[in-house]
Design a protein around this ligand. Structure first.
Ligand code: CO8
Length: 377
C-alpha cells in the first residue's frame, strides 16, 4: 500500500569557498612541477629508465571536460609546485572540523529557505565522498553545532552520495520514523585529488551543498515533492581510492603512494557509466509514467560537459534547450556528490507549479541515483 506520507525538498543551500583556481593558473603550477621533476631526474630520463612528465594544457582541459575553473579551500598549497596539495590547518578536537564548518553554512541556507529552525530537524545525514575522520560521525558534530534533534549519521557513495542520501531521508519520512532531515554534502575534493597527475589534476573542486527534506504537508513555502527515487550500484575498480585505516599496517606504511589519492580510468568510466545512467533514467521515468516531454529540467551530476550533453540528448530525445539542463561545472569543476545539488539549488526557483524535474548523480561504485520531483507553489 503506498505510504500516506509524502516527502518534499523544501530548501537547499550551497557553500562556495572564496578561492578560485583558473585552468591557466593550474597549468602553470603543474608545468612548473613537471619541469622540476624532469630536471631532478634528468639522468634517468637520458638513460631511458624514466619517462619524462608531460606538460598540461588549459585548452585540453576546457575541451575534454568543459571545466574552466574550480573553487578550493586552499589555493596556495595546490599551486605550490613543491607541494601540490592544499595546506589546511590542523584543528584541535574542540574546534569544529573543516567538513562540519562547510556543512553548517550550506545547512543554514537550506533552513532559511524552508523557514525552519534547527530544533525542528529530526535527522542529519552527512553524505560525501570522503570523511575527514572515521568517528565520531561528522553528521553528529553538525547536529550538535546546528542544534538539531533526533539522530545523525555519515554515509559515502562517492559522487552519488547526495541522491542516495535524499532517498534514505525520503524513505524515513515516508515510513513515518522522522518528519524532517538535512542531507548535507561537504566535499573537500582538493584533499584527495592527485594534483601531480596530468590526467586528472583539473577534475575536482571544493564545495558544500545541503537539501532539507520534510513531509510535504509541513511545507510553508514553495517545495519540490519527491515523486520517486531510485538508486543502483554495480561494482567497478575504474574509480578508486585505496586510502583508509589499514594504511599504516601495510608493508610500506604511510608512504606517498599514487593509489592513496583519487584514481580513475576516465575513458572506461565515460564508456561504461553513460549507458548505465541513460538506461537508469529511462526506466525510472517510464516506471513512473514520466515522458520526456513532461520534464522541465534535468539537474545532472557535474563531471564532464560531453557526458551531460550525451545524457541530456538521450533523456529528452533531442538536444536540450539552453537552461533545460543547467551545467555548473565550468565554474565549480566536478564537486563529486554536490554537483547535481548545486545545479538544482541555483536553477530551480523559476519552475512553475506542477512542473516536473529530475536530479541524477553518478560515479564511483559504480553508482547512480535519480530523484523525480514536482514543483508545488
Ligand atoms: N593536458 C594535455 N593533454 C592531456 C591532459 C592534460 N591535462 N590529460 C590527458 N591528456 C592527453 C592524454 O595523454 C591523451 O593523449 P594521447 O591521445 O596522446 O594518448 C589525450 O590527452 C586524451 O586523453 P584521455 O583519453 O584521458 O582524455 P579524455 O578525452 O578521455 O578526457 C576526462 C579525460 C576528462 C577525464 C574524461 O575521460 C572524463 O571526464 N571521463 C569521465 C570521468 C568521470 O565522470 N569520472 C567520475 C569520477 S567522479 C566520482 O565518482 C567521485 C569520486 C570521488 C571524488 C574524488 C575527489 C577527488
Amino acid at each position: 500500500m503506498p505510504s500516506p506520507m509524502r516527502a518534499a525538498i523544501t530548501g537547499s543551500g550551497v557553500f562556495t569557498p572564496s578561492q578560485v583556481i583558473t585552468n591557466d593558473e593550474l597549468v602553470v603550477a603543474f608545468n612548473a612541477y613537471s619541469d622540476r621533476q624532469n630536471a631532478l631526474h634528468a639522468d634517468a630520463i637520458a638513460a631511458g629508465t624514466r619517462t619524462p612528465l608531460p606538460q598540461s594544457s588549459a585548452e585540453f582541459i576546457k575541451s575534454a571536460s568543459g571545466i574552466e575553473q574550480r573553487y578550493v579551500l586552499d589555493k596556495a598549497g595546490v599551486l605550490d609546485p613543491d607541494r601540490m596539495y592544499p595546506k589546511l590547518a590542523e584543528r584541535d578536537d574542540d574546534t569544529p572540523s573543516q567538513m562540519a564548518e562547510m556543512a553548517i553554512a550550506a545547512c543554514t541556507e537550506a533552513l532559511a529557505q524552508a523557514g525552519l529552525q534547527p530544533g525542528q530537524i529530526d535527522a542529519v545525514i552527512c553524505a560525501a565522498s570522503n570523511h575527514e575522520r572515521a568517528y565520531p560521525a561528522i553528521a553528529i558534530e553538525i547536529q550538535q553545532l546546528l542544534g538539531t534533534g533526533g539522530f545523525a549519521f555519515d554515509m559515502n557513495v562517492a559522487c552519488s552520495s547526495a541522491t542516495f542520501g535524499i532517498q534514505a531521508a525520503a524513505d524515513m519520512i515516508r515510513s513515518g520514523s522522522i518528519r524532517s532531515a538535512l542531507v548535507v554534502n561537504p566535499e573537500i575534493c582538493s584533499a584527495h585529488l592527485e594534483w601531480r597527475d596530468r590526467d586528472c589534476h583539473f577534475i575536482f573542486g571544493d564545495v558544500a551543498t545541503a537539501t532539507l527534506i520534510e513531509r510535504s504537508e509541513d511545507a510553508t513555502g514553495p517545495y519540490f515533492e519527491i515523486k520517486s527515487t531510485r538508486c543502483a550500484t554495480d561494482f567497478s575498480n575504474n574509480i578508486r581510492n585505496n586510502n583508509g585505516f589499514l594504511r599504516r599496517s601495510r608493508p610500506d606504511g604511510v608512504a606517498d603512494r599514487r593509489d592513496m589519492q583519487f584514481m580513475q580510468n576516465g575513458r572506461k568510466v565515460f564508456k561504461e557509466v553513460l549507458p548505465m545512467v541513460a538506461d537508469h533514467i529511462a526506466s525510472h521515468m517510464s516506471d513512473n509514467g514520466v515522458e520526456a516531454s513532461d520534464l522541465k529540467r534535468i539537474w545532472l551530476h557535474q563531471a564532464n560537459k560531453s557526458m551531460n550533453d550525451f545524457i541530456g540528448r538521450k533523456v529528452l530525445g533531442r538536444t536540450p534547450e539552453p537552461g533545460e539542463q543547467p551545467n555548473i561545472l565550468q565554474d565549480y569543476a566536478n564537486t563529486s556528490s554536490a554537483g547535481s545539488i548545486i545545479a538544482f539549488s541555483k536553477y530551480s526557483n523559476d519552475l512553475k507549479d506542477g512542473d516536473t524535474g529530475l536530479i541524477c548523480s553518478f560515479g564511483a561504485g559504480y553508482s547512480v541515483g535519480s530523484v523525480i520531483v514536482e514543483k508545488h507553489g
